[in-house]
Design a protein around this ligand. Structure first.
Ligand code: ADP
Ligand code: ADP
Length: 243
């Protein structure tokens, strides 16, 4: 069951060829590390998957996510909103609403899943609150539900972001450098939670990382980029031999 298809993706930023004929296929069961040094194109590729960037206009690129075309030859397809609503996005800097509580931040995930005027005004159903608490429990933070999210540590805030993706009922999680701002212990916990929801919930995870050791430890498959090109795609344990 293929959830991500990328074919011949090219992206220029003025004279900078940031992605060079990138091909990528990801199955529903997978946890994949996108590995590469800073500037290699990891986050540009990830943003394309969620329709945050469009590829070169005059080239033949194609992206499909969850069976829905996201963009074709540099033009967005009208299914991009639907595929985005089923895709959880995790950012290096968490992207939480700092003045809201932990629980309210998780409930924001419900807006992507089923937007309604009722929920936009912050009135959620009892059932939605129950689900948000369950998502918090899943990441081990239920005791912080009513605290302001800004009182939590970085690692805890990243776990709130993961709970928000669970609340969204995401089928895929795209995580852009989720541990780059975290200490080793928090990094370990965040990577373990991502591994766990990939295994238990069957959510596909694509995570950009710049440290080889984390990729090898947590991701069975590595796609390594160098200057916008895929130079390795295979089992993480064979990565060194390929280098
Ligand atoms: P990585 O995530 O691997 O650090 P990026 O995808 O952020 O790499 O960047 C790839 C290349 O594209 C870099 O050379 C970066 O400077 C360039 N780039 C990324 N975003 C933009 C942008 N919005 N405008 C111009 N250049 C960009
Ligand atoms: P990341 O850590 O996700 O790779 P960066 O710090 O490289 O992010 O970039 C942050 C923002 O700046 C992004 O929106 C990216 O698209 C943009 N950006 C990156 N490189 C350039 C560049 N050379 N010129 C203009 N914008 C850029």
């Amino acid at each position: 069951n293929q959830v991500i298809t990328v074919k011949q993706l090219n992206k220029h930023f003025e004279n900078n060829h940031a992605l060079k004929s990138v091909d990528l296929s990801v199955q529903q069961s997978e946890m994949v590390a996108l590995l590469g040094p800073s500037g290699s194109g990891k986050s540009t590729l990830l943003r394309h998957l969620n329709g945050l960037v469009s590829s070169d206009k005059n080239s033949k690129g194609y992206i499909e996510v969850l069976g829905m075309p996201v963009q074709r030859d540099g033009k967005f397809c009208n299914t991009v909103r639907k595929s985005r609503s089923q895709t959880g996005y995790i950012f290096q800097q968490f992207n939480l609403v700092s003045r809201l509580s932990v629980l309210q931040n998780v409930l924001i995930g419900a807006l992507s899943a089923t937007p309604s005027w009722r929920s936009l005004t912050g009135r959620f159903t009892f059932e939605q609150k129950r689900q948000a608490l369950a998502a918090l429990k899943r990441v081990g933070l239920e005791q912080f539900a009513l605290q302001r999210v800004s009182t939590l540590s970085g690692g805890q805030q990243q776990r709130v972001a993961i709970a928000r993706a669970l609340m969204q009922r995401a089928k895929i999680i795209l995580a852009d450098e989720p541990i780059a701002s975290l200490d080793p212990e928090s990094s370990r916990i965040v990577m373990e939670i991502l591994t766990d929801i990939n295994k238990q919930e069957g959510i596909a995870v694509v995570v950009t990382l710049h440290q080889v050791d984390y990729a090898k430890r947590y991701c069975p498959r590595v796609v390594a980029l160098k200057l916008g090109e895929v130079f390795y795609d295979g089992p993480s344990e064979q990565l060194n031999e390929a280098k």
